[in-house]
Design a protein around this ligand. Sequence first.
Ligand SMILES: [Zn+2]
Length: 188
Amino acid sequence: MWVFGHLGIGSKLAAPFSRRLPYGWVLVGTLLPDLIDKPLYYAAAAITGRRGAEIGLISCTRTFGHTALFLFALAYVAFLRKSKVFAALTIGVATHLVLDGFQDYWIIRVLHESVDGVSSLRLAALWPVFSDHFGNFPYASAAEHLRDSFRSITGVGEAVGAAILGWDYWKNGKRFMPPRWLRRRARI
Ligand SMILES: [Zn+2]
């Protein structure tokens, strides 16, 4: 999934656990692993001129931001600082890892009988327990990755997520207000 799948489906998964938390930060959390790892990989690919495992540890778009270690670090900060923002981010990130795992194991692997898509749980979420490296998806650019994704189940996830977001906006548009600090800064 890219954007709408994580935002729409992720925010629904998060809803029972995040009623008293800032909704905007839950949404940021649903995308945060990709906001960290995708630019990291494409920057590394652009700088080195290499792809996938040739680059080294940053071998795909699911690396540090997709680990349980990152999730626990966020949860730890939320707990230590009693921070609702970090709690919201933690729940959002948890949905991201669940959805990536669901996509890999139950959709790509079961429906398409492919083992290529097993990066999210074993190689990323549980890193470095089972391996000292991440997955190897040698995309040269975000555009190539995007083209490939939309030939697969990712497109369905994006459509479902966009429909959920549209439905939520129609029913309860106020929740889509930007966070208060941003409104103050922009005077809106
Ligand atoms: Zn992801």
